[in-house]
Design a protein around this ligand. Sequence first.
Ligand code: BES
Ligand code: MN
Ligand code: ZN
Length: 508
Amino acid sequence: MTDVTLSSKNPTAVKAEALVVATAQTSDGVAVVSDQLPTDLLTQLESLAPQLGVTGARDEVRKIPAGAKLAADVLVLTGLGERAEDGTFATETLRRAAGAATRELAGLKSAAIALPASDDDEITAVTEGALLGAYAFNRYRSAGNGSGKDAAKDAKNGKDPVAAIEILTPLHKNQKAKVAAERAAIVAAAVHAARDLVNTAPNELYPATFADAAKAAAKDVKHVRVTVLDDKQLASGGYGGLTAVGQGSSRGPRLVKVAYTPAKPSAKVALVGKGITFDSGGISIKPAAGMEAMKSDMAGAAAVLSTVVAAAKLNLPVAVTGYLCLAENMPGGNAQRPADVITIYGGKTVEVLNTDAEGRIVMADGLVSAVEDGHDVVLDIATLTGAQMVALGNRTSAVMGTDEVRDEVKAAADATGELFWPMPLPEELKSNIKSKVADVANSGPRWGGMLNAGLFLKTFVGDHPWAHLDIAGPAFNDGGAHGYTPGGGTGVGVRTLLAFVEGRASAK
Ligand code: BES
Ligand code: MN
Ligand code: ZN
């Protein structure tokens, strides 16, 4: 990952390939947001803004030669949009502008970032945004992977992220600022790891190799233990959900527990993640168009794994246990059928009406297991329903559950800049998932599809404090990159889950 340091160098004097400075929209044009660049340079930039195509708008990044007045080679102008009423910029605005800039720095060795960074929150936002934007997934390119072996293909296919960045801040020696920057680096590494798992091709990433990836991620991390139940253990242990969904694939399911247990935990949090390494729909098979995006159907489990590892690296005083519900949903000869009745861990029965509603089935096993283990609170995260995207689009995730926990998740999300919105779980809709033969059916009418799925999950947590995060749309970006978000896996959820755990740490 990109190396990051804090420094108090003057932006004029800093020797780097690129110097990143912010622009803003004002009532009479464009302002360059810097009190350290020479005034004549600022005036020149601001007056030439129209010719340069610089408006100061958000997500606008322009690169120009730095000129003789600056020690850097290239000047990168990144837009912040309009100032808030109080004259500042929201931290999420800084985070996105930093990330939009570093996305344009791929292939470079060094850059200095001179965005507003005069308190811990701003330093966190700028550092996180810069590192989150400095991401590339070039693993599968035989040339043009930034190796430098073929410059033309590198230019076309993708380069490695900028190697090192300096964040310019007057607080470079301040202890809290340093801690903020170190935390940002751990958070960004966690988000990158989740993106990497999502982007990994499903012929390589299947339940057994995901379990291996969990062991690898936890290796050498203090107080983290990984235990794996394989397909045979799941079947004999009564995990009927994972078993049923996994049986259509030649590559059997796994339930992976990733437990971080600090010495004297002040709270115990469980995180349950949907890890369908590929969702073909099973016998209720999906249409061909767009099916490739279903390699991302394990994004919840990836976020959980990354969060547990990050909590450990941050030495949080909270016990966090991840439950990765891993299966491949395939229509093999032994696949489950619509009309099958299965028994979830703990004894409740489910009539499988649609094998494409597989996520809730594997999550049921994980949720019952988590509740049984006795945590203070259970969160689950899943690319659960297409209906989530119908309701909220592909940038805003949904959260539902017991009122307090749901609101706590929403507040945690707001603090990180991740977009979440609360959704209800209306009792009246429970009739939607009534089964004629079993305790509950795994699918219902199209209307309220996201809530039907949430209500299904609720059946397995009872009254336990709980929230369900549906990240179906935001987990995978099949459009263009924006802000600090690349195309492909986004790593959404990691920052919210981690903020939630941090909140529980300071609450006690
Ligand atoms: N993995 C999908 C949900 C999904 C859809 C995630 C699009 C990301 C993008 C899930 O397993 C699924 O297929 N859900 C069905 C449920 C239905 C059959 C009740 C859906 O939403 O259509
Ligand atoms: Mn499905
Ligand atoms: Zn699915």
